[in-house]
Write a protein that binds this ligand. Structure first.
Ligand SMILES: NC(=O)c1ccc[n+]([C@@H]2O[C@H](COP(=O)([O-])OP(=O)(O)OC[C@H]3O[C@@H](n4cnc5c(N)ncnc54)[C@H](O)[C@@H]3O)[C@@H](O)[C@H]2O)c1
Length: 319
């Protein structure tokens, strides 16, 4: 994808800022909209300073802010969201506002601008809910068990409806747990900081046997670009792909791997109990990625390789 005029929502955030780097590198005109609710402009500041992107500080929940986007638009990459699954159980209307109303406002913008394509950061970890057979295929039923998961499912339904009604191409990418440089949330981030404060003991939510798959952010961005490259030629108005890795790891083993990389020995693990980390959490997550692999994408980093890069970055950040 090159020479396209692309709006990236949430482009100041963790995944969004890496995506902005890639889209600018490819020679696209990028507009970022972000309300900086959970980020700063730190990672996109070099692009702002060099005028290689336009940055608009605004909230996608506010339909009036869509008027700030002047001129034509080819694509929307929608990555802004309230990504907090755990918190969504306590504040379901907040995730509805950001993730459903915000998505609707962008779809309306896309309709008015007659865009060619729309790519949505959906959630493979929360869309399918508690599943009995693995890996989870895209054709499995959507049975979210958290308000966040429901908000992503609702977003997908509206994207499908808009893509078909107003005839543009759209794709939902159902992401597994994405981790890596610039992330300030998630289990690896939390464990690293807790182990840095107390290298003798680590408290783990649930029984530590929750088993999930994780994907480094560089591979996630490559998946987005792979889909962006074919979206105009896809036969259906709306399509969807799982994006994850082919292996999964228990939280207990994840912690052990992290401790090895941090050079920590004999850390005592204590478990909070129960089979899940929190209400709305799923116990097991492994996505089938055969569908996106058929487009030529595959993860290039193993979990350990990705974790080493992330730990290196977190060490630099904390000094
Ligand atoms: N990180 C993961 O493991 C993961 C997994 C599945 C799906 N996702 C999805 O990927 C996307 C990016 O996630 P992330 O981990 O980079 O999160 P993030 O919090 O780092 O990035 C989200 C960005 O959106 C912005 N934002 C939030 N609400 C907004 C609003 N109302 N208006 C404008 N900007 C707003 C935030 O300021 C932030 O910069 C989200 O849609 C998330 O739901 C992430």
């Amino acid at each position: 994808m090159e020479n396209q005029r692309i709006l990236v929502t949430g482009g100041a955030g963790f995944i969004g800022s890496h995506l902005v780097d890639a889209l600018v590198e490819q020679g696209n005109q990028v507009i970022v909209i972000d309300n900086l609710i959970s980020s700063t402009t730190e990672y996109i500041q070099p692009h702002i300073d060099s005028h290689s992107i336009q940055f608009i500080e605004a909230d996608i929940r506010d339909e009036k802010c869509m008027k700030l986007i002047e001129g034509s638009l080819d694509f929307i990459f929608h990555f802004a969201a309230d990504p907090d699954v755990r918190e969504s159980v306590f504040t379901p209307l907040t995730s509805f506002d950001h993730n459903v109303k915000g998505t609707m406002n962008l779809l309306e913008l896309g309709r008015q601008k007659e865009i060619k394509g729309f790519i949505f950061a959906s959630s493979g970890g929360t869309l399918y809910g508690d599943v009995e057979s693995f890996p989870i295929k895209e054709t499995d039923l959507l049975k979210p068990i958290s308000p966040y998961g429901a908000s992503k499912a609702a977003g997908e339904m509206y994207i499908s409806a808009y893509a078909n009604s107003y005839q543009f191409k759209a794709v939902s990418l159902r992401l597994a747990n994405i981790f890596g440089e610039r992330s300030n949330h998630g289990v690896t981030y939390e464990f690293f900081h807790r182990l840095s404060t107390n290298p003798a003991e680590l408290k783990i939510l649930g029984d530590g046997q929750q088993k999930k798959s994780y994907l480094h952010v560089s591979d996630c961005v490559k998946a987005v670009i792979t889909v962006a490259d074919i979206i105009e030629s896809q036969s259906k108005y709306y399509d969807y792909y799982n994006v994850g890795s082919e292996d999964w790891i228990t939280v207990d083993n994840l912690a052990r791997g992290l401790e090895d990389i941090m050079g920590l020995k004999a850390v005592k693990h204590s478990f909070q109990g129960g089979t899940k980390g929190w209400v709305g959490d799923v116990h097991l997550l492994l996505l089938s990625i055969e569908k996106i692999k058929a487009l030529g994408w595959a993860p290039s980093l193993s979990f350990t390789e990705g974790l080493k890069k992330y730990v290196h970055w977190m060490k630099l950040e904390t000094h």
